[in-house]
Design a protein around this ligand. Structure first.
Ligand code: NDP
Ligand code: GDR
Length: 386
């Protein structure tokens, strides 16, 4: 049997990187779309890179952009993919309030460009399309838990753009009989999650605080609740969706929801730090109230214990609220019902929230130890807390 060909937009992002690795292991030839950037932007897939001078490569990258339909059409024509995973997007909800027009263009019309390219190239019956839809579509709570039939009420330019993408995917499926499906994925995280999403911001900051490289973590709304899973589990659902005989739309979630505040506590607990919160709203603060010295020694090392003891003694807050991170309209509660994906796709996640936090903290402690070491050697390390 000939090798299957996949085209992944957003291959340099969190999900694209895990999906590319997964499909390569399955024997696919993987083509990916990457944006031109003044710096290398392929960190997440560098371990998969193949020298372009070597014959029979199975990972091939193409320059392009979701806002450029000629570029997308040419690549799809050249590649003739069996499967397209449209993962590219301006994916930051807060930033979408700053760049609403661009977000609509890339996240909304970008999806149309892919669908229309497939149609115009006569690939409607060959190429299966996965659209990266999102729990942000549910926005203002209409039903709990949220399932495939729950009405949408988007609350950001990002979510509104993704709502267009969702429906245009459904429309092309119905109008042209295309195998086009939406995965409505709830938040999923990992050690390679973008640093400005809240989970990674927390695991990086708690690691830096433990190593004496940072004093405080500033966050926005601590009471928002999210249904968090591991990206490694969620990319498997994307693959399963495209292996079904019939195209359809699926919620991918864990069914458990947690506040941002509790995620901070879990991240601390992972390395032996008890973090407690007092106060309300913008005045709420988080403190280290206890350290489990054995656990801290095992996970971080004893060198930094004195400093933690001193932070506890001084009763210095390590978490504070900065209203600059509040969103003009917030999504307060997300909790998904994955019944359909479990019964129809046979999808079963391997990671629960504790395993996710453990994976992220282990990785960030290691990374920050490397940074601490570089800093001691006089090198500049990333020091950016957006
Ligand atoms: P990331 O932000 O990590 O990755 C986004 C990818 O899209 C990057 O490769 C980025 O390139 C690329 N990209 C951005 N804009 C463009 C553009 N105009 N043209 C081409 N490529 C572009 O996102 P995730 O991996 O976390 O998410 C993947 C998809 O799933 C996104 O569409 C996101 O909206 C959606 N989603 C994510 C969820 C999550 O919890 N992670 C949940 C539900 C949906 P570059 O590296 O150059 O920036
Ligand atoms: P989200 O993820 O908006 O759900 O979108 P994010 O991690 O950015 O926010 C989750 C919740 O945390 C609150 N929050 C903060 N968020 C950030 N980024 N930074 C902070 O300092 C902070 N403090 C509190 C937010 O207000 C929010 O309630 C992600 C993206 O991956 C989307 O692309 C995807 O579609 C959805 O998940 C499902």
């Amino acid at each position: 049997m000939s090798q299957k060909i996949a085209f992944i937009t957003g291959i340099t992002g969190q999900d694209g990187a895990y999906l590319a690795e997964y499909l390569l292991k399955k024997g696919y030839i993987v083509h990916g779309l990457k944006r031109r950037s003044s710096l290398f932007n392929t960190d997440r897939i560098d371990h998969l890179y193949q020298d372009p001078h070597v014959e029979n490569r199975n990972l091939i990258l193409h320059y392009g952009d979701l806002t450029d339909s000629m570029n997308l059409t040419r690549i799809i024509q050249e590649v003739q993919p069996d499967e397209i995973y449209n993962l590219a997007a301006m994916s930051h909800v807060k930033v979408s309030f700053d760049t609403p027009e661009y977000t609509a263009n890339a996240d909304g019309i970008g999806t149309l460009r892919i669908l229309e390219a497939v149609r115009l190239l006569g690939l409607s019956q060959k190429t299966r399309i996965y659209q990266a839809s999102t729990s942000e579509l549910y926005g203002l709570v209409q039903e709990v838990p949220q399932r495939e039939t729950t009405p949408f009420y988007p609350r950001s330019p990002y979510a509104v753009a993704k709502m267009y993408a969702y429906w245009i995917t459904v429309n092309y499926r119905e109008a042209y009989g295309m195998h086009a499906s939406n995965g409505i994925l709830f938040n999923h995280e990992s050690p390679i999650r973008g640093e400005t999403f809240v989970t990674r911001k927390i695991t990086r900051a708690i690691s830096r605080i433990a190593l004496g490289m940072q004093d405080k973590l500033y966050l926005g709304n601590l009471s928002a609740k999210r249904d968090w899973g591991h990206a490694k589990d969620y990319i498997k659902a994307m693959y399963l969706i495209l292996q079904q005989d019939k195209p359809d739309d699926y919620v991918i979630a864990t069914g458990i929801t947690t506040t941002i505040r509790d995620f901070v506590k879990l991240a601390g607990a992972e390395i032996g730090l008890e973090i407690s919160f007092t106060g309300e709203g913008a005045s709420e603060k988080g403190f280290i109230t206890h350290v489990d010295e054995n656990l801290f020694h095992e996970k971080v090392g004893s060198d930094y214990l004195n400093r933690i003891a001193e932070v506890i003694k001084r009763q210095a807050s390590i978490v504070e609220v900065d209203p600059a991170y509040f969103r003009p309209t917030e999504v307060d509660l997300l909790i998904g019902d994955p019944t359909k994906s479990k019964t129809v796709l046979g999808w079963e996640p391997q990671y629960d929230l504790n395993a996710l936090v453990k994976d992220m903290m282990q990785s960030d402690i290691k990374l920050m130890q490397k940074d601490a070491w570089l800093k001691e050697g006089g090198y500049t390390v990333m020091n950016y807390f957006e």
